[in-house]
Design a protein around this ligand. Structure first.
Ligand code: TYD
Length: 141
């Protein structure tokens, strides 16, 4: 998926368990301005249903598993996050939906910007319109 990639996070594991370390600007390709985590999501719930214009994020499932549907007007992909050593980078103008949260799933998100509702596109028709222009222009560069 354009603007998205999996990031292997440094892992120190052994008989004592697993430790993951994350360095802003090194393992994550942006300075981390915000972090939040999503917990307690029932298995039949889908969240997200939005895109961001400027925000970049890395999603890490710290416990359990969750599926992430990524969409642009021309592509669609579902990624399973089920290990704390795997991060999913989501760049600009990608529609995302999070679903199939396992019991006890903990989804942590690292974000490049502080929270601002103006950066969200929550209506899919509006997203499609903006994204078509955005990816067309990007393709022209
Ligand atoms: P939202 O991003 O819509 O959640 P999701 O995409 O996972 O369904 O956010 C849900 C609510 O939380 C919304 O009212 C805004 C608020 N919120 C903050 O105040 N700060 C934040 O950093 C985030 C991510 C959400």
């Amino acid at each position: 998926m354009v603007h998205c990639k999996m990031i292997a996070l440094p892992e120190y594991s052994g008989r004592l368990g697993i430790l993951n370390a994350i360095e802003g600007g090194q393992d994550i390709p942006f300075e981390i301005r915000r972090t939040y985590y999503i917990t307690g999501v029932p298995g039949d719930v889908t969240r997200g249903f939005h895109s961001h214009r400027q925000l970049e994020q890395v999603l890490i499932c710290l416990n359990g598993s969750v599926k992430i549907r990524l969409k642009t007007p021309s592509e669609e992909e579902v990624i399973l996050l089920d290990h704390p050593s795997r991060g999913l980078l989501i760049g600009h103008m990608i529609w995302r939906e999070m679903f199939d949260f396992s019991p006890g799933a903990v989804l942590m998100v690292l974000a490049s910007q502080h929270y601002t509702e103006e950066d969200y596109i929550r209506d899919y028709a509006q997203y499609e319109q903006e994204a078509k222009t955005y990816f067309q222009t990007e393709g022209d560069v």
